[in-house]
Design a binder for this molecule. Structure first.
Ligand code: MG
Length: 399
């Protein structure tokens, strides 16, 4: 933990126990576990607090059934985070998450809705600036506000000059907000829609700090679609990897290049089918996520890979890339050989790779060149290949 200007200790509570029915059902679970920009909403929100130097403790209230979902969604970010089962309402969940921090010697606490994944460091800074009283990030209301009767007939236009839309994280002196929650609990008051409302009720002054228009709450399925669209326009995490391989000629009647068997009076020798193109591509794919190389995953000493079709190496690399949320944008392979001729087989190779990588043929490139009769390739002792893969990963580039 970075030393801050004072010895203030500030914690954060993430409220994530809701079921989010308004966003519709999804295989990814409630909306805080849906992905925006390839990353679960809750992970994105948690990351903002985890990496902020002023925040020293975090507790998250989740639904009692969501522990596995939470673990999968946040991965390594769960380290050091206190996770508690929430209650039947947001207010009840917040109280339980605050109680989990009561022995952490905190001066202040920020309470945040996990379905606001676009909270940023500057906003956290503004809320933390003074936690001797409450701090409420808010934006001035820009729409004209109408009041209507139960038949939907407008009764009046509400002056909006001093109206604000409340956001989270809302910051408070820790002891005071916990005591306010405890008092509301004792009195059976469970109708507060945010923590600032509880603070007002308990007589804790709350000052407004500048909110952020980006800090939207994802409530509806449409909100998630819009968040995805917005993120795709920011800085995508595009990574490239390269790979190189070479195999020498031996006895045989065909060579296998990019998954296609080509009749030839010799074969490439190697432990597997010696497909240099697919070996180079496997390395290129693994390189995009720092996952080692083909030898790491398929040691030549392992008899299982003897004579193996190299497509299993590529398919394993694809699985590893996808497991990390990667989407393959393109693959480019150059085969370096004096013979056999690659041109007549290019179409079949492209189709094979397109199928193997589950990307369209225009994202696959197979090129071939001779070595102008120079070197070991020029002397027709073997075939070499180089490959480049581009994969786009979820999340944003490091700052
Ligand atoms: Mg090889």
């Amino acid at each position: 933990m970075q030393k801050t200007m004072s010895n203030r200790r500030i914690g954060a509570v993430l409220v994530a126990a809701g079921r989010g029915e308004r966003a519709g059902q999804s295989v990814e679970g409630p909306k805080q576990y849906r992905k925006v920009g390839g990353e679960p909403v809750i992970r994105r929100a948690l990351r903002a607090f985890r990496k902020h130097p002023l925040i020293s403790e975090i507790s998250v209230a989740i639904h009692a059934e969501d522990f596995e979902l939470f673990r999968q969604a946040v991965g390594d970010l769960a380290e050091g985070v206190t996770v508690v089962p929430g209650g039947p309402t947001r207010q009840a969940s917040t109280r339980l998450a605050l109680l989990a921090l009561q022995d952490k010697n905190l001066n202040g606490v920020l309470i945040h809705d996990a379905v606001r994944p676009f909270v940023d460091a500057a906003l956290i800074d503004r809320v933390c600036a003074d936690l001797s009283v409450g701090a409420l990030p808010a934006v001035p209301v820009s729409d004209t506000i109408k009041k209507a009767d139960k038949d939907g007939i407008v009764v009046t236009t509400v002056p909006r000059a001093d109206l604000y839309a409340a956001q989270t994280p809302q910051g408070f002196p820790f002891g005071k907000i916990l005591e306010a929650h405890e008092e509301a609990f004792r009195q059976g008051r469970e109708d507060f829609t945010d923590d600032a409302a509880i603070a007002e009720w308990a007589g804790i002054p709350v000052r407004i700090v500048e909110g952020s228009p980006d800090n939207v709450k994802l409530t509806w399925a449409k909100d998630i679609e819009m968040a995805n669209a917005r993120l795709s326009q920011s800085f995508p995490d595009v990574r490239t990897g390269n790979g190189y391989d070479v195999h020498s000629f031996g006895e045989g009647d065909h060579v296998t290049l990019c998954g296609v068997a080509i009749p030839y009076h010799r074969a490439l020798s190697g432990h597997s089918d010696a497909d240099v193109g697919l070996h180079a591509l496997t390395d290129a794919l693994l390189a995009t996520c720092g996952a080692g190389d083909i030898g790491t995953h398929f040691p030549p000493s392992d008899m299982r890979w003897k004579g193996a079709a190299s497509r299993i190496f590529v398919e394993e690399a694809v699985r590893i890339v996808r497991e990390r949320g990667g989407r393959i944008a393109n693959a480019d392979i150059t085969l370096i050989a004096e013979a056999p001729k690659v041109g007549p087989h290019r179409e079949a190779m492209t189709a094979t790779l397109s199928h193997m990588l589950k990307i369209s043929p225009d994202r696959v490139s197979i090129k071939a060149t001779t070595n102008e009769r120079m070197g070991f390739v020029g002397r027709e002792e073997g075939i070499a290949a180089i490959a480049t893969a581009t994969v786009v990963y979820p999340g944003e580039l490091p700052e």
